[in-house]
Structure formats: structure tokens, C-alpha cells
Ligand binder design. Structure first.
Ligand SMILES: NC(=O)c1ccc[n+]([C@@H]2O[C@H](COP(=O)([O-])OP(=O)(O)OC[C@H]3O[C@@H](n4cnc5c(N)ncnc54)[C@H](OP(=O)(O)O)[C@@H]3O)[C@@H](O)[C@H]2O)c1
Length: 281
């Protein structure tokens, strides 16, 4: 398949004010795509738009809260009105927190599903309506490597990421005959604001401390892989072969997975104890 020339083909990115979304916006702009940037923090979005304009690209900063249906519809509508027919949409807005599932209340569970899972649907639907009219388009969904295997403390987050992966897979088959690509993105640990936000929401957190350095990457690494996927659409975007094979292996052998996760949980426990002792001191 010939690589798609992305120059002049607009993309709308939800959650473009920091981390993976921001890096993807810059990488898409460098590839010649006009970019609609959506998030709640307008000051951050405007700064990304200015960076893109300084590079000679085109960017539009639009306030977006993926929890609101109207906000998502307006985001896609304004992106098309001002940048032209969208070539792609990236449902990337999301957050996580660290909390055992039995301590997670319905309100917290609903909130994380509202943003990560329903937010994905709310962003994708208005774009897909337009893609269907043109019988072309590309939907990208930011799941995670741990959407394939839940880790202790992140059960709620992993459930949203697994749900995104599942709907992405179903949509891919439903939409492919209609000319639309659907890809899911599965980053490993990425150095973004994600962990600060998770700490803020959880009053602590040890996922980063427990993640081997080899499994922490810069957001630009994910952004490059996303642009490659826009050029040559593929099923899933991975940036670590080890994680990809590891997740496959662990889901085939759940007892091995339990042993690995058991060690992880013990380590997490130890770190939490040290953290709480340090706080007391
Ligand atoms: N970092 C990792 O290790 C990692 C690994 C795998 C997958 N991921 C996924 O990657 C995606 C991006 O996260 P990140 O790591 O880049 O973290 P990040 O730097 O915290 O970025 C999160 C983005 O989501 C936006 N957002 C959050 N809630 C929103 C809402 N209600 N409406 C609109 N935008 C909202 C934030 O913007 P505002 O706050 O300005 O609204 C921000 O732009 C997430 O889906 C995350 O689950 C991250």
C-alpha cells in the first residue's frame, strides 16, 4: 500500500494540551497536517498552537470537555469549518488514578469511564458521521499497553483502556468496508503529566516508581508512531515490541501473569509503606 501524503489533511486531537496529544499535534503539523487542538486548558492549547504556527504550520485551539456531548460536536464542527474536511480524529483525552478496585466508589468509576471511554465515543461519533459521507477517514483511539492486562491499583483505569481497545477492534471491522480506518494506540509508560494527575487524584501513587526505566518513553516516541500509522494505517500502534509480546504471552498464560503481578503488588505495597513512613517523618 502506498504511503498517504498527509500534507494539507486536517486532524482533530482531543487532549492536545500536554503529553502524548501535544507531541502528536506537533508531529502531525511537522508532517504538514493542519491541526485542531482540543482540551480544557486554553492557555496550554494556545501555546501549542503558537509553536505550530512558528514551525509554519496551521493550528486551531478550541476549548473542549470530552464529558459534554455538545462540546465534542462543536469541536469537530468548528475544526471542519475552519480547517476543511477532517482526514483523521485522535481520541486521546484521558486520566488515571491509583486505587484498589474495592475502594473505588461508583462516582470515581463513572468519572473515569465518562472521560476515557464515553469521551472516546463522543469525539469519534461526529467525526465518523462525516467520514461516512465521504467514505474515508481515520479514527485513532489512545488505549494503553495495560489495556491488555490490568495491573494492581489501576483496575479502573485499565478497565477503561480495555474497553477502548475492544470498541476500537469492533469499529475497525464495522467501518473498514465503508472506507474508514480505526487504529488503537498502546503506549507503555510515557513521561507526561499523566502521573502527576494520577498522584493528585490518588494522594500518592507508585506506578512510575515500579515501572522499569526501559518501559518509560518520551511522548515524542508515541507521536512518531502515530504519524507512521496515519501514513500507513494499521490495526494497533505499539512502541515497545517487548511490551507487545509480553502482554500477548501473559494473556495466554494467566498463572504466569498472576505471579508477575503478585510480585508487582508486593513491591507496590513496600513503596506505599515507605512513602507513608516518610510522610510521618
Ligand atoms: N502517560 C502514560 O504512561 C500513558 C500510557 C498509556 C496510555 N496513556 C494514555 O494517553 C492519553 C494521554 O495522556 P498523557 O499521558 O499524554 O497525559 P497528560 O499529559 O495528562 O494528557 C492528558 C490530556 O487529556 C486532556 N483531558 C483530560 N480530561 C479531559 C476532558 N475532560 N476534556 C478534554 N480533555 C481532557 C488533558 O487536557 P486538559 O487538562 O487541558 O483538559 C490533556 O491534554 C490518555 O488517554 C492516557 O490514558 C498514557
Amino acid at each position: 500500500m502506498m504511503a498517504i501524503d498527509l500534507r494539507g489533511k486536517p486532524i482533530a486531537i482531543a487532549g492536545a494540551s500536554s503529553g502524548i496529544g501535544k507531541a502528536t499535534a506537533l508531529a502531525c503539523a511537522a508532517a504538514g497536517m493542519p491541526v485542531a487542538l482540543g482540551a480544557r486548558r486554553m492557555d496550554k492549547l494556545r501555546a501549542v498552537a503558537q509553536d505550530i504556527e512558528r514551525m509554519g504550520g496551521t493550528a486551531l485551539a478550541l476549548e473542549l470537555d470530552v464529558v459534554g456531548d455538545e462540546s465534542c460536536r462543536a469541536f469537530i464542527e468548528q475544526a471542519e469549518q475552519q480547517l476543511g474536511p477532517l482526514h483523521a480524529v485522535f481520541a486521546n483525552a484521558g486520566f488515571g488514578f491509583e486505587m484498589p478496585v474495592h475502594d473505588t466508589g461508583d462516582a470515581e468509576m463513572r468519572e473515569i469511564f465518562e472521560v476515557n471511554f464515553f469521551g472516546t465515543l463522543r469525539i469519534a461519533r461526529p467525526a465518523i458521521e462525516r467520514f461516512l459521507e465521504r467514505r474515508s477517514g481515520h479514527v485513532l483511539i489512545c488505549s494503553s499497553s495495560i489495556g491488555k492486562m490490568a495491573v494492581p491499583g489501576y483496575g479502573a483505569y485499565c478497565a477503561t483502556k480495555a474497553a477502548q481497545w475492544h470498541i476500537g477492534r469492533a469499529m475497525r471491522h464495522e467501518l473498514r468496508p465503508l472506507g474508514i480506518h480505526v487504529s488503537t494506540v498502546h503506549p507503555i509508560g510515557t513521561s507526561t503529566e499523566f502521573f502527576e494527575e494520577a498522584r493528585r487524584r490518588s494522594g500518592g501513587g507508585s506506578l512510575v516508581e515500579n515501572t522499569p526505566k526501559a518501559f518509560i518513553q518520551p511522548p515524542e516516541r508515541v507521536a512518531r508512531a502515530i504519524v507512521a500509522c496515519l501514513r500507513r494505517p494499521r490495526t494497533e500502534v505499539w512502541t515497545s515490541l517487548t511490551a507487545r509480546l509480553g502482554m500477548g504471552l501473559l494473556s495466554t498464560f494467566p498463572r504466569v501473569a498472576d505471579t508477575v503481578l503478585g510480585r508487582f503488588a508486593q513491591l507496590q505495597d513496600r513503596i506505599n509503606r515507605v512513602e507513608s513512613q516518610t510522610k510521618k517523618v
